[in-house]
Write a protein that binds this ligand. Structure first.
Ligand code: HEM
Ligand SMILES: [Cu+2]
Length: 550
C-alpha cells in the first residue's frame, strides 16, 4: 500500500502543472456540444461504449425474436421472410455494432491512459470515426421499414440472394460502407497512437498486453475492412450498374464473393477475439497477484494468430467444392491456429498457478472466458476437419461454435473489462454482489442456450430457418428459455453500471485492484486530461516490472 501511495504522489507531480488548465480549459464544452464535438479520448470512448451497449440491446431483442419463433415447431410469431431479416440484422448488428465498437471504445478510453499519452493521435478524426456509427445503425434499422424489408440473406450477404432483395439490401451495403470507413479511421488512429505516443521508457515490448492486442487487431482491420468494402461495392454494381462479378448468367461467379467475403471474414473473427485476449491478459495477472506468465510468447502468439488468420478463409467454404489439395491446405492451416491459441491459454493458466487469486467480478468473467472460449476453440477445431464440416456446415453446430467464441469469448471479456475499469471511469465502486450475480446468471443461461445447439447441429438441424421437424423440439425449447433468461439478466448489468455512475457503493481509490499498469496511477475518476506531461520514467518502469517479468 505504501508503494501505491508513493506512486500516486509521483503521478500528482506529473499532473501538478496542469491543474488550472483542467478546471478552466478553454476547450471545455458542456451539454450536447461536449458529445457532438467530442475530441477527448475519454468522451469518445464513453460514446463508443454506450453506442455498443445500445446495439447489444437492439441485436439482443432480435435474437429473442428468433428464439421466440423457434420455441416450438410450427409458425407462431413471424413470417419466414421477417425471420430471415431478424437473423441477418442480428448478425450484422452484433458483429459491427456491438462487439467491434465496444473494443474501439475500450481502446480509446484506455490506450492513452495505459501508454502515458495525453490523448489519441488524431483527435478530430476520432470524433468522425464515432459519429459515422449512429447513421450506419440507423440505416440498418430503417431498412426494416422499406418495401421488401431488410436484407435477409444472412450476415455473410452471399449472392445470388443478396442480388435479389429490394432496397433493404442497398441500405445494408451503405451501412457496411460507413461502418468500414469508421473502422479504418479508428484503426489508423489506434495504430498511430500506439506507435508514436508512448511515454518515454515504454518500449513496445514493455507495453501492456492490451496495447499489443489492440495494435495487432487494428493492423488486421486496416487490411481487411477495404476488402469487405470492395465485396459489397461489387454487389452494389451487380445490383444496379450491369456488372456481372457474381452473376453466373453473365460469366460471373457467386463463389468469388465467398472467397472475398471470407478473406475479410476470418481475420474479422480475430478482430473480435484478439482484444478479448488483451483484456483477459490484464485482468488475470491483477487478480492472481502475479505478472503475466510468458509475456513475450503472448506477443508472438498474438502475431502468429493474426498472420495465420489470412490463410484459412476457405474453411468456411469446404462444402462449395474445391480441389482436395486446397481442402487439405485450409484444414491444416486452420488446425495450426490452435497452437498459438493453446500457448495463450497455457500462459493464462500458468499466470494463475500458485497465485494469490481472488474472484471479484472482472476475474470471474476472465476465468469464465477461458473455460468457454476453449470450448468454442475446440468445436472450431472439429469444424476445421473438412470431411466433418461437410456434414456440419450450416447446421446449429456452427451456431453453437461461434457463439461460444463471440458471446462467452468476446462479450464476457467486455463485461470483465467494464467491471475492471468502471472504478477508474466513474470514480465509484460497483456493487460486487450484483456483479457476481450477473456473472453466474450469464454463465448458467449462456450454456443452457447454446450447449444444446451442439446436439441440434449434430442431429442435422440447419441454421437460418424459422421452423423445424418435431424431433428437434426439446433442445430448441431449452435454448429459447435460456436465451430469454440470459437476456433479462443483462438488465442487472445495466442497473449496476448506472448505479455505479450515481455513486455506487462508495468512492473508488486510484488503484482499487492494486494493479501495475499506468492507468491506475491517475486518480479515480480519471480527470478529463491525463498525462499532459508524460509520466515519470521511474513510474513507467515500475508499472512495467510486473508486466514483463517472467
Ligand atoms: C476466435 C474467434 C472465432 C470467432 C469469432 C469465430 C466465428 C465464426 C463464425 C461467425 C462462423 C460462422 C460462419 C458462417 O456464417 O457460416 C464460424 C465458422 C467456422 N469457424 Fe470460427 N470463429 C472463431 C474461432 C475459430 C477457431 C479457433 C477455429 C478452428 C480452429 C474456427 C473454425 C471455423 C470453421 C472451420 C468454420 C466453418 C464452419 C462451417 O461453415 O460449417 N473458428 N466461426
Ligand atoms: Cu474462419
Amino acid at each position: 500500500m505504501t508503494a501505491a501511495t508513493d506512486t500516486l504522489d509521483l503521478a500528482k507531480h506529473g499532473e501538478a502543472g496542469h491543474h488550472g488548465h483542467d478546471d478552466h480549459g478553454h476547450h471545455a464544452l458542456t451539454g450536447w456540444r461536449r458529445w457532438v464535438y467530442a475530441t477527448n479520448h475519454k468522451d469518445i470512448g464513453t460514446l463508443y461504449l454506450w453506442f455498443s451497449f445500445a446495439m447489444f440491446i437492439t441485436g439482443g431483442v432480435m435474437a429473442l425474436g428468433i428464439r421466440a419463433e423457434l420455441f416450438t415447431p410450427g409458425m407462431q410469431f413471424w413470417q419466414p421472410e421477417f425471420f430471415n431479416q431478424l437473423t441477418t440484422l442480428h448478425g450484422i448488428i452484433m458483429v459491427f455494432g456491438a462487439i467491434m465498437p465496444a473494443f474501439t471504445g475500450l481502446a480509446n478510453w484506455m490506450l492513452p491512459l495505459m501508454l502515458g499519452a495525453p490523448d489519441m493521435a488524431f483527435a478530430r478524426m476520432n470524433n468522425w470515426s464515432f459519429w459515422l456509427l449512429p447513421p450506419a445503425a440507423l440505416l440498418l434499422i430503417i431498412s426494416l421499414f422499406v418495401p421488401g424489408g431488410a436484407a435477409a440473406g444472412g450476415w455473410t450477404l452471399y449472392p445470388p440472394l443478396s442480388l435479389q432483395f429490394g432496397m433493404g439490401m442497398d441500405l445494408a451495403i451503405f451501412s457496411v460502407h460507413l461502418l468500414g470507413i469508421s473502422s479504418i479511421m479508428g484503426s489508423i488512429n489506434i495504430i498511430t497512437t500506439i506507435l508514436n505516443m508512448r511515454a518515454p521508457g515504454m518500449t513496445l515490448m514493455k507495453m501492456p498486453m492490451f496495447a499489443w492486442t489492440a495494435l495487432i487487431t487494428n493492423y488486421l482491420l486496416v487490411a481487411v475492412a477495404p476488402v469487405l468494402a470492395g465485396a459489397v461495392t461489387m454487389l452494389l454494381t451487380d445490383r444496379h450498374f450491369g456488372t456481372h462479378f457474381f452473376k453466373a448468367v453473365g460469366g460471373g461467379d457467386p463463389v468469388l464473393f465467398q472467397h472475398i467475403f471470407w478473406f475479410f471474414g476470418h481475420p474479422e473473427v480475430y478482430i473480435m477475439a484478439l482484444p478479448a485476449f488483451g483484456v483477459v491478459s490484464q485482468i488475470i495477472p491483477t487478480f492472481s497477484r502475479k505478472p503475466l506468465f510468458g509475456y513475450h510468447s503472448m506477443v508472438y502468439a498474438t502475431a502468429s494468430i493474426a498472420i495465420l488468420s489470412f490463410m484459412v478463409w476457405a474453411h468456411h467454404m469446404f462444402s462449395v467444392g474445391m480441389p482436395a489439395t486446397a481442402q487439405l491446405f485450409f484444414m491444416f492451416m486452420t488446425m495450426l491456429i490452435a497452437v498459438p491459441t493453446g500457448v495463450k491459454v497455457f500462459n493464462w493458466i500458468a499466470t494463475m498457478w500458485q497465485g494469490a487469486m481472488s474472484f471479484e467480478t472482472p476475474m470471474l468473467f476472465a476465468v469464465g472466458f477461458i473455460c468457454l472460449f476453449t470450448v468454442g476453440g475446440f468445436s472450431g477445431l472439429v469444424l476445421s476437419i473438412a470431411p466433418v464440416d461437410t456434414q456440419m456446415h450450416d447446421t446449429y453446430y456452427v451456431v453453437a461454435h461461434f457463439h461460444y467464441v463471440l458471446v462467452a469469448g468476446a462479450l464476457f471479456s467486455l463485461f470483465g473489462a467494464v467491471y475492471y475499469w468502471l472504478p477508474k471511469w466513474t470514480g465509484y465502486m460497483y456493487d460486487e454482489k450484483m456483479g457476481k450475480l450477473h456473472f453466474w446468471w450469464s454463465m448458467i443461461w449462456f450454456n443452457v442456450t447454446f450447449f444444446p445447439m451442439h446436439f441440434l447441429g449434430l442431429a442435422g438441424m440447419p441454421r437460418r430457418i424459422p421452423d423445424y421437424p418435431l424431433q428437434f423440439t426439446d433442445f430448441n425449447a431449452m435454448a429459447s428459455v435460456g436465451a430469454f433468461c440470459f437476456g433479462i439478466g443483462q438488465l442487472l448489468f445495466l442497473y449496476n453500471v448506472i448505479k455505479t455512475i450515481r455513486g455506487g457503493v462508495g468512492p473508488a481509490p486510484a488503484n482499487p485492484w492494486e494493479a501495475h499498469t499506468l492507468e491506475w496511477e491517475v486518480p479515480s475518476p480519471a480527470p478529463h486530461h491525463t498525462w499532459e506531461s508524460p509520466p515519470d520514467e521511474r513510474l513507467v518502469k515500475k508499472g512495467l516490472v510486473a508486466q514483463s517479468l517472467e
